[in-house]
Design a protein around this ligand. Sequence first.
Ligand code: AMP
Ligand code: MN
Ligand code: MN
Length: 331
Amino acid sequence: MSANNAPEPRYWEKLRLIAATLKAVEGPVVIIAHEDPDGDALGSTLGLYRALKKLGKEAIWIMDPPRFLRFLPKEEEYHPPLERLPENATLVVLDAGDRDRAVGAPVEGFVINIDHHGSNSRFGQLHLVDPTRPAVAMMVKDLIDLLEVPWDPEIATPVLTGIMTDTGFFKNTNTTPEVFRVAAELVEHGVAYAELADRLSWRPPEYFKLTSLVLGTVAFHFGGLLVTAHVTRSMVEEAGAAEEDSDDFVGLLKTAEGSVVAVFFKEREDGVKVSIRSKNGVSAQRIALALGGGGHVPAAGATLPGLDLEAAYPKVLAAVEAELRRVGLLP
Ligand code: AMP
Ligand code: MN
Ligand code: MN
């Protein structure tokens, strides 16, 4: 597997085509994103959903958000997963690198795929994949402008959420000047920024208990270039937490001084999920691709089906070692 991390050369042309297509649709527009949705998956889909509703379109938004994002959608905006698409439907898939990663509805019929993962398989009749875009929410911001939907806080808030979370709250290397310009524009459209930032950082009591258990697993490898930690199902149970309560830990590992790769392992019933973060020219994406996953250069992930933690560690360490050698950090 490989990744095409080049910018999309026909970005505006394709986006205009997508906008014209959505303006012309008469049937329902079903909007979904990747499994284990993050702020960008939720923010980009919910923002587009609200914009299409405001245009008078029949839109269906399907997502099971993690707890920390559940304050954003209203009760009446939820729709159960679909076994089949309604007659004459258009399916919009956002932030999902492959049709297999998309959840909520079958990826069939007329599909519009908008994403920023270099490893995206370019599925769908219309696809716009630009790995140089910091968040799909940035692409949705452009799309909503082209749809000429008047901005309001209801639309701007989820879109800004996607930008905030995918840039690590304006800290990752993808935090370009344009990110700040777009964020400023969205705040001007009425987002209660400080309130949103505060609300996104809320964590339940069980999270703190789980943190104490997970911190006991932190380990350094390759002279500190790699930092790892893991969560087991029994730790989650002991803390009374949910698996999603460990989603932040890879970000914490990333702050280890001197490290260039951080890997967080989650034990699951059917295998192990790894979250990988990298910096200084090291590619988390290459490590993930070697493990059968995907993502972006600085942030990627993979699932290792059928393995337990004991078997997953050496496999992942070997993939990291190969990448550290490739960039010359190991002999
Ligand atoms: P995560 O560590 O799950 O937050 O994922 C980091 C990035 O890698 C996100 O952009 C994910 O969409 C992507 N990613 C995670 N797991 C996979 C996978 N199994 N296959 C492809 N992409 C993935
Ligand atoms: Mn995502
Ligand atoms: Mn994203």
